[in-house]
Design a protein around this ligand. Structure first.
Ligand code: SF4
Ligand code: SF4
Length: 348
């Protein structure tokens, strides 16, 4: 059976809490989305981290807690946060750049940590390191191997840009060799550094756009996902372009996602994170709705191009036909396609 992609609809009632516990990082990736002016520079104290986990806990509802940074393993109390989140009923993921500071593998367990995700942006150092930093590929893959050997469920996140899309097919062999069974392909967003650079990425004397064209994306990504699934790897990637018969839905309305930053800002939409339009804030350990112009007022706008924030912030991603109609509607950036290994599909 040939693995085929299916759209993963938003699950009513499921909560995803993306918790940035600090914004500091040991790396300075060229496409870093962290914006300290907007997200703060704090490292959350242990007790605050605990209280904010409790604030979002809904033990009787399926809830996922994703610890992020910056680099979350730089936080000395991450292992404590993992245990706390697990005790509060969350399925727990840590998204790391692979450095695994503070002996994370020794200080938590595969029972507490459901997924440990490693970010790699190339199948070798020659592709990865010009984006993420000198020597990063070696450290990240070494630690990933250690995590697999210790029984942790690992996944890899690959952020597709014009710098690395041509090398994506070679990730399939690398993931097989590393023993990775879960692969997330992301699309680069114009947030943080790429937005500050006007979406332009310099390579020596050359300059190119960070984002890939719809044709490049559709030619490469679904095929790589299929190839990986044939090797037994479960792949998830953003839908990006909606078919004519598909319904547009904004996760800000139909899903329960929270993107928490250490300065107390709480967004419902990741595309908004460069702007002070967060719908919610945490003040004195209480979740409060913001007044004035906030992101949720954009969610209800119905436009032919699909996602409103994409149209406002990344208009170059939309192409129009001769009659001025958008060639594609852009889906919510949180809507995913999933390709399962053939053996898993047969059981669904
Ligand atoms: S590892 Fe993440 S937080 Fe750190 S510089 Fe890279 S993208 Fe930014
Ligand atoms: S990306 Fe677009 S569709 Fe998704 S939550 Fe944000 S505004 Fe809504």
């Amino acid at each position: 059976m040939i693995p085929t992609a299916r759209t993963v609809g938003f699950v009513p009632g499921e909560r995803n809490v993306f918790f940035h516990i600090l914004t500091a990082c040991n790396l300075s990736c060229r496409h870093c989305y962290i914006n300290p002016e907007q997200h703060g520079r704090e490292t959350l104290p242990r007790t605050t981290m605990e209280r904010w986990i409790e604030l979002f806990a809904r033990p009787h509802q399926k809830s996922n807690m994703i610890f992020l940074g910056g680099e979350p393993t730089l936080h000395p109390d991450l292992a404590h946060g993992i245990a706390k989140a697990k005790a509060c009923g969350f399925a727990v993921t840590v998204d790391s750049n692979g450095y695994l500071f503070h002996d994370l593998l020794d200080r938590t367990t595969p029972e507490l940590l459901d997924y440990l995700s490693f970010s790699l942006d190339g199948p070798d150092a020659a592709v990865n390191d010009p984006i993420r930093g000198q020597g990063v590929f070696a450290v990240c893959t070494d630690n990933l191997r250690k995590a697999v050997a210790r029984g942790y469920a690992v996944s890899v996140i690959y952020t597709v840009s014009s710098l690395n899309i041509d090398h994506l097919p070679r990730m399939v062999a690398l993931l097989g060799e590393l023993g990775v069974k879960r692969f997330f392909i992301q699309v680069i967003g114009l947030r943080g550094k790429p937005a500050q650079d006007g979406g332009i990425c310099k390579q020596g004397s050359e300059a190119t756009e960070w984002q890939v064209s719809p044709e490049q994306w559709l030619r490469v990504v679904p095929e790589v996902a299929r190839m990986a699934a044939e090797q037994g790897i479960h792949v998830t990637y953003p839908k990006v372009f909606l078919g004519e018969d598909e319904t547009f839905e904004c996760a800000g309305i139909v899903a329960d996602n929270f993107f928490i930053f250490p300065n107390g800002r709480v967004y419902r939409c990741p595309l908004c994170e460069d702007y002070p339009i967060h719908a919610w804030r945490i003040e004195n350990d209480t979740l409060l709705h913001n007044e004035g112009l906030t992101e949720d007022q954009f969610f209800t706008l119905n436009i032919a191009e699909g996602c409103v924030m994409n149209k406002l912030l990344q208009p170059d991603t939309i192409h129009y036909d001769a009659d001025g109609r958008p060639e594609h509607r852009i889906s919510c950036c949180l809507l995913k396609q999933e390709v399962q290994p053939a053996d898993l599909q047969d059981k669904m």
